[in-house]
Design a protein around this ligand. Structure first.
Ligand code: NDP
Ligand code: 8X3
Length: 260
């Protein structure tokens, strides 16, 4: 890494969707990036395109956030300026399945809890410790409207996002007096992501949920994450709940067709 005055942002789940759009948004604004995910080829491709386009450095770390040891090994490998993470964006996450409670798949539940809750905790425990030692930092968790409401067949996904919301509050209460900001962004439905394909395990027909309304897109969310990160030193945003105009609650949509 070249000597730099750039701030460093670490984004989990940057191989697709909101995380990838967020990486582009911060790169455009001159941040050095640590981008993570399980798909190394995608991380390398994104690194190359962002370094070619902007005068920034990008470090890729390939690991599974569910695996405590992998997280520890990856984060312990950070050296020099890369250790000075100014902003951690806990974005990696997923919904798996959409079935009634009694018919749900136990391993889907475990995947969601391990990724959305435990993965976020492993990341935050390590990076918050580095931030406290430096007396500065900002952790931004990607929650969801599912962290504020529960919808039919959403039981465990909603529970994980309610947990994210509780963890955000708990972290803030313990870290604010150490000069660490803790925020979350809570979007409703977001397209330009793999979210729906992942939830429905590659079933394109079931995953086609955005045909009759315009949801948020990944860039909309990335811009709001950047807004949260770029407030003056004395301002801390706790949560931004956002949806597309055609969505009022987790279950109430104006499905009259996609507006131009
Ligand atoms: P995508 O499926 O497009 O992206 C998910 C990202 O998370 C990928 O980069 C994936 O990388 C990464 N990820 C998933 N599991 C793991 C894992 N075990 N270890 C490391 N990385 C992992 O979905 P979105 O962009 O939509 O989702 C991002 C976040 O936004 C999630 O937390 C989601 O819950 C939340 N959200 C999404 C909404 C939506 O409607 N799309 C709405 C509200 C919130 P890889 O597969 O390479 O590991
Ligand atoms: C993603 C939005 O409504 O599918 O968190 O839960 S929703």
């Amino acid at each position: 890494m070249k000597p730099t005055l750039h701030k460093v942002v670490l984004i989990t789940g940057a191989t697709a969707g909101i995380g990838k759009a967020t990486a582009k948004q911060f790169a455009k604004n001159g941040y050095d990036l640590i981008i993570t995910g399980r798909r190394a080829d995608r991380l390398e491709k994104l690194k190359k395109s962002l370094e070619d386009k902007y005068a920034i450095d990008v470090l890729t770390l390939t690991f599974d956030v569910r695996k405590k040891k992998e997280v520890k090994t990856a984060l312990s490998s950070l050296k020099g300026n890369w250790k000075k993470v100014d902003i951690l964006i806990n974005n990696a996450g997923l919904a798996a399945g959409l079935e009634e409670f009694h018919e749900s798949n136990l391993s889907d539940w475990e995947t969601m809890i391990d990724t959305n809750v435990k993965g976020l905790l492993y990341m935050s425990r390590h990076i918050s410790d580095l931030m406290v030692k430096r007396g500065k930092g900002h952790i931004i968790n990607i929650c969801s409207t599912a962290g504020h409401e529960v919808y039919p067949k959403g039981h465990v996904y909603c529970a994980t996002k309610h947990a994210v919301s509780a963890i955000t509050q708990g972290m803030r209460q313990d870290l604010f007096d150490k000069k660490i900001k803790v925020s979350q962004v809570s979007p409703g439905a977001v397209e330009e992501t793999e979210f729906s394909m992942v939830r429905f395990k590659g079933d394109a027909e079931k995953a086609a949920i955005y045909d009759d309304y315009v949801p948020l897109n990944s860039k909309d969310v990335a811009k709001v994450i950047f807004f949260v990160a770029s407030q003056p030193k004395h301002v801390m945003i706790h949560d931004i709940v956002m949806t597309g105009r055609q969505q009022a609650t987790a279950t109430l949509f104006d499905k009259s067709g996609r507006e131009a």
